[in-house]
Design a binder for this molecule. Structure first.
Ligand SMILES: [Cu+2]
Length: 428
């Protein structure tokens, strides 16, 4: 696991030679680095024995040594001379050291210089030593790092609905510094002392916590202290109870309890612990599928909806089912309650016919018996049409009356016929 992300460091190197007070600039803490450049010469008059090829701009100590320790056993004299006239080279440093194993300093000489970016040419100016020549390439020092590292903290763990961490939280601190690089990362938990951060910090004590954190780069810049606050709560008891699920069927029912035209199935599920994760249903032996909105069923026939729900802890309720029947809508009718009876008035037999308008709108009712017909217009809802037909006989046999009712339903004339029997009767 990545603990601290440290970007590629570009260290700032300030070059400073000992005793070079006149030329060196005051280095900043953590940035000073000695730069000593050493040339040696031996018995050869065609090449230096060793020499630097690159250096960094700024103060430098130049050492030129030629004696027995550098291979000069002939007592030869050499110089280290910086070229101050050839085009294409830096001419801003004056070095012209003449050295011999027998001179006052034993052939070892030091000078302090301040190098600037570019290329210096040097050579030995002793006649016949023209082969002793070379170039020193100086590159600029990086900018001074005065920017502290960027630091951030991430808190991770299982959160509950309130955003609190259940059981424990882990704090991971990241620091980057694009200049000198990150040196140290520190943290302090709940008012404790700062300590080195080396690995993600796990906090499992229940309560609110504050982690303060900071980082320091290799140039000594320390970021402002930041903090992250979070709460750890005790784990809840494990949810082992499946959701409670129910289904409600709704729609227009007829007298048999069947749904006319269509039925709508609404499924409800609750889970008081981990909460409901999924609700599924299957219609008439089909496969289970996700339930998202009430399901409308309009195919005529008997239907069974099976349903179940699963909570976030993975507990699935037993499959339950609801069965219902959808029937086709009945054709429109003019509803009448029709009665017929035979009776005597003196020695005459009569057939009495009554039709009550059971509908919601007025109806025109025609009463027909073997002894006559009577039409009554605009029989209001709840009112009746009545006629007693004189058979003009002492006795009549059993028979039937026919009643038709006509009303306007949904803009159309709807006529419905009824037949009702009456008994035989003998009068006088
Ligand atoms: Cu030489």
């Amino acid at each position: 696991m990545a603990l601290v992300m440290v970007a590629v460091a570009l260290p700032t190197v300030w070059l400073s030679g000992a005793g070079a007070a006149a030329q060196s600039q005051s280095p900043q803490a953590g940035q000073a680095a000695e730069q000593t450049l050493v040339w040696t010469a031996g018995n050869s008059y065609t090449e230096y024995m060793s020499m630097p090829t690159t250096a960094t701009a700024g103060p430098a100590t130049i050492v030129f040594e030629t004696n027995a320790s550098t291979g000069n056993t002939f007592g030869m004299t050499h110089t280290l001379t910086f070229d101050t006239s050839s085009p294409g080279y830096n001419h801003d440093v004056s070095v012209d050291i003449i050295a011999s194993p027998f001179d006052a300093t034993g052939g070892r000489h030091e000078v302090q210089v301040n190098l600037t970016p570019g290329t210096y040419r040097y050579y030995c100016m002793i006649p016949g030593h023209a082969g002793m020549v070379g170039e020193l390439v100086v590159t600029s020092a990086g900018p001074t790092d005065t920017t502290p590292p960027t630091v951030s903290a991430a808190v991770s763990g299982d959160k509950n609905a309130n955003g609190d961490y259940v059981d424990s939280a882990t704090v991971t601190i990241s620091a980057t510094d694009t200049e000198s690089g990150v040196d140290t990362v520190e943290y302090a938990l709940d008012g404790g002392a700062f300590q080195a951060y080396t690995a993600p910090v796990s906090v499992n004590q229940v309560g609110e916590h504050t982690v303060r954190y900071r980082a320091t780069d290799k140039a000594g810049n320390t970021a402002d202290v930041q903090s992250a606050t979070f709460t750890v709560v005790a784990p809840q008891p494990k949810d082992t109870t499946p959701p409670t699920v129910s289904a409600a069927v709704s729609g227009d029912k007829n007298a048999n309890g069947d749904y006319v035209d269509s039925a709508t199935v609404t499924i409800s599920a609750t889970d008081t612990e981990s909460g409901v994760d999924t609700v599924e249903y299957a219609l008439d032996g089909g496969a289970f599928q996700a339930y998202t909105t009430p399901v409308s069923v309009n195919q005529v026939g008997e239907h069974t909806v099976r349903y179940r729900a699963t909570d976030k802890a993975g507990n699935t309720a037993d499959v339950q089912s609801a069965t219902f029947t959808v029937v086709a809508p009945q054709p429109a009718e003019t509803p009448l309650t029709v009665t017929a009876s035979s009776r005597c008035m003196g020695t005459s037999a009569y057939v009495a016919v009554t039709a009550v308008n059971d509908g919601d709108v007025p109806a025109t009712v025609t009463l027909t018996s073997p002894y006559g017909t009577k039409t009554v217009a605009d029989v209001a809802p709840g009112k009746q049409a009545y006629q007693s037909f004189n058979a003009r006989a002492k006795q009549i046999g059993a028979g039937k009356v026919t009643v038709t009712g006509t009303s306007i339903i949904n803009g159309k004339n709807v006529t419905t016929s009824y037949e009702t029997a009456y008994n035989a009767i003998s009068c006088g």
